[in-house]
Design a protein around this ligand. Structure first.
Ligand code: HEM
Length: 510
């Protein structure tokens, strides 16, 4: 048996207390006599236990289970017509990045192969500050009204009484909020169980705005497509792996990168002018809709490579703090209400989860120098030295305005809120195309099976029937097949307003 020192000799470190004092015997405790009580003066022992007692920080309220790595973003195409962001000022430019992938609903120890959307959070450290793209692996989402988010998430997590996942509340929510159907169609296809974390695409889902140096803007959706395509498990393989190796995704990502098999993605944008957006069939602020590729083709802009596994998971991945509001000049949020709500929610939760100085943690610290009047607070280890903490006449900070700072972007007319809440036939068109045109026969078979094995667990006949009516509104065949599979009578489609009856949301570009 090697001595403790040789055994742990990777970096030749000498064992010390947290204040650096060498300690000869890690397991020793100072005590009175040979078997007497322990002494309060034993700093090493108290230091050891007190720190251990405080090891846990709050896990993310959603997306708690994840894996991540570092790499590089490279600009491959000129998009200076779209954005003035310095990152995109020339082809070939590179910036370091960190990506954290995640499942959404489970706790930090839950299975990587659970049926769930996957988070795809990217932090690009540009010369103008951090650009975070906090994406999912699906191009749409369950909601388009942000106030529904906590309700929705509660139904995907545990019942307050039984502390069990609950198929009744899961489907009760979804069937009452049929705008979720597009995402439900994707989630219950095999795309809901990707092969690990790095065999999938990522999507902004939301509409962003790219603004160029003249102050002209385009609406943009970002697509991060895995080179070689995405891979999925069927329901049974995913379920089996959840038991046999719940950390399958973390392991596969780490091992591939360590073996030099670096995953790569090609980054594209879809763009829309304000004039096109005015005429578009769907509301560009509606997170449950995609922009057809035939009308808005993918335009390549860059490449992502992950080439470095973390040296320390907690420091580099768990403490990573992503936010859709971490933006750079030339890339802006749209008025999508869910995105607007997220702009607030992420830094708010970071202050709770990591503390007010979360941006100073090495994984989050920008490569761009930070100079402002924020000072102090817990763990302020980059407190800007002697720099004045107010706008001083002796050492004032310089301000660099965005070239387009005073440009007005758009005028919104009508009642966006009402339009977003209302369910119309428009909500079923894209899910129907998915079922009828995109899915293969096998995809359709798997979809029916994947829904059936979940929905059958709902005890309420009313919930089952209501969700079947939502599926019937997509295509009667879906409801008929699922009803047969779970042994209940089929139902007629949910009745909804026509597109022309819907309150239309309009905006005018200026
Ligand atoms: C994580 C809120 C919708 C993608 C989180 C976290 C919160 C949150 C509080 C935990 C963050 C942390 O502790 O660091 C919300 C709210 C939403 C919403 C309020 C809607 C109103 C979305 C949507 C997407 C998304 C639409 C994707 C398009 C993610 C990702 C993470 C995350 C990828 C994990 C980030 C990481 O790896 O640290 N969300 N979310 N979320 N959310 Fe959302």
């Amino acid at each position: 048996m090697p001595s403790a020192q040789v055994f742990n000799n990777k970096d030749g470190a000498l064992y010390t207390t947290s204040t650096g004092a060498p300690v000869a015997r890690p397991y020793a405790a100072e005590r009175i006599g040979k078997i007497g009580p322990l002494l309060l003066q034993d700093f090493h022992h108290i230091d050891l236990l007190a720190h251990f007692d405080r090891e846990r920080i709050p896990e993310r309220v959603v997306h708690a289970k994840g894996a991540g790595a570092h790499g590089v973003f490279e600009v491959t195409h000129d998009i200076t017509d779209l954005t003035s962001a310095a990152l995109f000022s020339s082809v070939g430019k590179k910036a370091p990045l960190t990506i954290r992938f995640s499942t959404v609903g489970g706790e930090s120890g839950s299975a990587d192969t659970a049926r769930d959307p996957r988070g795809f959070a990217i932090k690009i450290k540009t010369e103008e500050g951090n650009l975070d793209w906090v994406f999912n692996n699906t191009p749409v989402f369950f909601i388009r009204d942000p106030a529904k988010f906590p309700h929705f998430i509660h139904t995907q997590k545990r019942d307050p009484q039984t502390h069990l996942k609950d198929a009744d509340m899961f489907w009760d929510y979804l069937s009452q909020n049929p705008e979720s159907i597009h995402q439900v169609m994707i989630l219950f296809s095999d795309r809901g169980t990707p092969v690990g974390y790095h065999n999938m695409h990522g999507y902004s889902g939301h509409t962003l705005k790219f603004v160029n140096a003249e102050g002209k803007f385009h609406y943009v959706q970002v697509h991060v497509r895995k080179d070689g395509g995405f891979k999925t498990f069927d329901n049974e393989t995913a379920g089996k792996l959840a038991g046999e190796n719940p950390d399958f995704g973390i392991q596969a990502l780490f091992e591939d990168i360590e073996a030099g098999k670096f995953p790569t993605w090609t980054v594209y944008v879809q763009t829309m002018t304000p004039e096109q957006a005015e005429k578009f069939r769907y509301n560009i602020l509606d997170l449950t809709k995609v922009w057809p590729h035939s009308e808005f083709p993918l335009r390549p802009i860059g490449k992502i490579t992950l080439n470095k596994a973390p040296d320390n998971y907690f420091a580099e991945i768990e403490q990573a703090a992503f936010s859709p509001s971490h933006l750079v000049p030339g890339i802006e949020p749209s008025a999508d209400p869910v995105l607007q709500s997220r702009l607030f929610s992420y830094p708010d939760t970071h202050r709770h989860r990591l503390g007010v100085n979360y941006s100073q943690l090495p994984v989050n610290a920008p490569v761009a120098p930070v100079a402002n009047f924020q000072r102090d607070g817990f763990m302020a280890f980059n407190n800007q030295g002697p720099r004045p903490n107010y706008q001083s006449s002796i050492a004032p900070l310089n301000y660099k305005a965005k070239p387009y700072e005073n440009v007005e972007h758009e005028v919104f007319l009508g009642t966006a809120q009402a339009d977003l809440s209302e369910i119309t036939e428009l909500d079923f068109e894209q899910p129907r195309a998915l079922w009828q045109k995109v899915f293969s026969d096998t995809d359709r078979e798997h979809f029916v099976h994947n829904v059936a094995v979940h929905l059958v667990n709902a005890k309420s006949a009313e919930v089952k029937a209501r969700q079947l009516s939502v599926f019937a509104a997509v295509d009667q065949e879906i409801a008929d097949r699922i009803a047969k599979a779970i042994g209940v009578p089929t139902v007629k489609p949910l009745q909804v307003k026509t597109a022309s009856e819907a309150v239309r949301f309009k905006f005018r570009a200026v």
